[in-house]
Every structure is written in structure tokens, then in C-alpha cells.
Design a protein. Structure first.
Length: 338
């Protein structure tokens, strides 16, 4: 049968696209390309990394976040106007942050934690204000999402939990703005650091640059923020897997597994935060951290197995199940009578 989409429906979809966020995403895609060229051609370094490495990493991060938020906002049936303004404010504020990051990179000076001059302090303060404003906007969106219907229970849980954990991950970034004891003892124009127990700019992991000598607060910050993508994608994968795995066809099973996944993600985030604050490099955790991680994984595996078993039993006694009914006889493996 040939079907057509009503013109008004197409117009409504176009009207609900968030132009400012999509424009920001496009600008970040262009900036990522420019920054990549800068990394390859500009020989200057800052804190042991190419000066264009930070614009590259931040442009990719903002690109992913802008696309994610632009996808979320049209899901709202109520509160669209405040959500639109929250998205617009986010686009403007993150745009301001990126202008400062690119400008300081081009000048060959650090953007973060730089209070070495009145101009540097003003720029760093503007960045902090922009980040705080974007966090408040995301909080508003999270509140609106808790009032919206987002599909089945699993998808709804994944989106809501993903945004809440992302908010927590963003908030962890403020730990980096606390001056270290060394900085408090002697002012050198820097207030705040990524690394705990080592100096910023030392040896780090490829691409991300996370310290291999001390704890790095960028690790939990990064992991927390990207819950907004990981958990909804996990929900999508479970829905796709349900086409081949009968046990996953139950909505209650997928919702239960995603609940376990969100709890595991939150536990890993807490563990990474403790590890970073303890000054331990990501790839050299203590025995206590390894043991806690093992407990988290085993507990999640047991909980996931329990979800599959219990929801399977509950499904056998689904609506219409009563002793002696056709549904109960099918559950028991008997044929219903004539």
C-alpha cells in the first residue's frame, strides 16, 4: 500500500528542529576540521600538547552535545517554549566558550585556570559563567523530560538517567577549578588544575591527554557527560536485539536491564571520581579500586540475570492469566481444551 505523509506533519517536524543548536553543531564540525589542520601544521605546543588540541577536543565534545540536545528537545510535548529557550541559551553560551578557547589557542596561551592578567582572568570568568549557564539550561531540560512521554519504559529511563548522570558529570568539572595547595602557597597566575598528585602538562594518554602520573579529573568529567549518549544508545541496541532475542522483547525486561545499566554507570562514575581524587592514574588503579570495580561488575551481572528471570516469570502470568485459563495452560506447557 502506498502511504504519504501529510504536509502539516512534515511542517511540524521542521518547526520543531532546533536551529541554534544545529547551527552550533555545524560550526563545531567545521572547527574540528580546522583544528585538525592546526594540529598537523602548527608546530607550537602548550603544556606538552599541540596548541590546537584543546579546540579539537572541545569542538567534538560540543558537537556531540549539541546534536544530542537538538534530538531531545523535539521529544517534549509540553514546555516546548522554555525548552527552546534553554536550547538557544545553551548554543549561545557554548559558542562563547568556544570563541575564547579558539582565541587563546591562536594566541598560544592557556584558556583554563588562567588568572595571570586582568584580561586572562576576565576570559576565564566568562568561560566559567558560560559553563554554569549551560548546566542550568540542561537542568531545566531534565526537569521537563521527567514530565514527558518518551516512548517505552526502557527508552524513557535511558534518556532521563542519561541526562541526570550527564549533569553530574558536568558538575564534576567544577572540581578542577579549586586551586591546588601548591598554587595557594605561591601564586603563579594559575588557579585550578586537571591533575591531582601531578602537574598539568605531564605525560598523558594518547588523544585525550589524561595524566599517566597522577589522578585526572577530566576522566570522570568525560565519562559522566557522555552518559547522555551511552544510555540512550544502549536502549536502542536492546530494542534492535529484541528482534532476535525473545527474552528482550518484553518491555519490562529492557527497562530492568537499563535500570541496572544506569546504576552500573553511576557506580563506575563514582569510582573514577574517587580514583582521580586519590591521585591514581586511570591505568594504574589501586587494589581497592580494582576490587570495588569487580564488585560493581559482578553485582550488575547478577542483577541483570535476576531481571531476565523475574520478568520472564511475570510475563508468563501476563494480563489474562488466571488458574485454569488458556494462558495458564500454555504457560504450563499444556494444550488448551476445545
Amino acid at each position: 500500500m502506498h502511504t504519504t505523509t501529510h504536509p502539516s506533519a512534515q511542517t511540524d517536524v521542521r518547526a520543531r528542529r532546533h536551529g541554534p543548536l544545529l547551527a552550533l553543531a555545524l560550526a563545531m564540525a567545521v572547527l574540528a576540521l580546522v583544528s585538525t589542520v592546526g594540529v598537523l601544521l602548527d608546530p607550537r605546543e602548550l603544556l606538552g600538547a599541540p596548541v590546537w588540541a584543546k579546540p579539537l577536543k572541545f569542538s567534538l565534545s560540543v558537537l556531540i552535545y549539541a546534536v544530542s540536545l537538538a534530538w531531545l528537545l523535539p521529544l517534549l510535548e509540553r514546555g516546548r517554549r522554555p525548552a527552546w529557550w534553554a536550547g538557544t541559551a545553551t548554543a549561545v553560551l557554548l559558542g562563547v566558550e568556544m570563541v575564547i578557547i579558539v582565541g587563546t589557542a591562536a594566541a598560544g596561551v592557556r584558556s583554563h585556570f588562567n588568572v595571570s592578567s586582568p584580561l586572562a582572568t576576565a576570559l576565564w570568568s566568562a568561560m566559567g559563567t558560560s559553563i554554569a549557564g549551560a548546566w542550568v539550561a540542561a537542568l531545566l531540560v531534565a526537569a521537563l523530560l521527567f514530565r514527558a512521554r518518551l516512548g517505552d519504559r526502557g527508552r524513557t529511563l535511558a534518556i532521563r538517567a542519561g541526562l541526570l548522570i550527564a549533569l553530574l558529570g558536568m558538575a564534576l568539572g567544577f572540581l578542577m577549578t579549586i586551586p591546588t595547595d601548591q598554587q595557594l602557597a605561591g601564586f603563579e597566575g594559575v588557579a585550578g588544575a586537571h591533575t591531582v598528585g601531578a602537574t598539568d602538562g605531564g605525560p598523558g594518554l594518547p588523544l585525550v591527554g589524561w595524566s599517566t602520573e597522577g589522578g585526572d579529573l577530566r576522566t570522570p568529567h568525560f565519562v559522566g557527560m557522555h552518559a547522555l549518549q551511552v544510555l540512550p544508545l544502549t536502549a536502542l541496541l536492546l530494542e534492535l536485539a529484541a528482534r532476535r532475542v525473545p527474552a528482550l522483547r518484553r518491555e519490562s525486561t529492557r527497562a530492568g536491564l537499563l535500570r541496572v545499566g544506569a546504576a552500573l554507570y553511576l557506580g563506575v562514575l563514582a569510582l573514577l571520581t574517587v580514583q582521580a581524587l586519590a591521585g591514581q592514574p586511570l591505568l594504574r588503579p589501586s587494589g581497592a579500586v580494582l576490587a570495588a570495580g569487580a564488585v560493581l561488575v559482578v553485582a550488575a551481572a547478577v542483577a541483570a540475570g535476576r531481571v531476565v528471570v523475574l520478568t520472564g516469570r511475570a510475563d508468563g502470568r501476563a494480563p489474562g492469566w488466571t488458574p485454569g485459563s488458556p494462558a495458564s495452560r500454555r504457560t504450563a506447557g499444556t494444550r488448551p481444551g476445545p
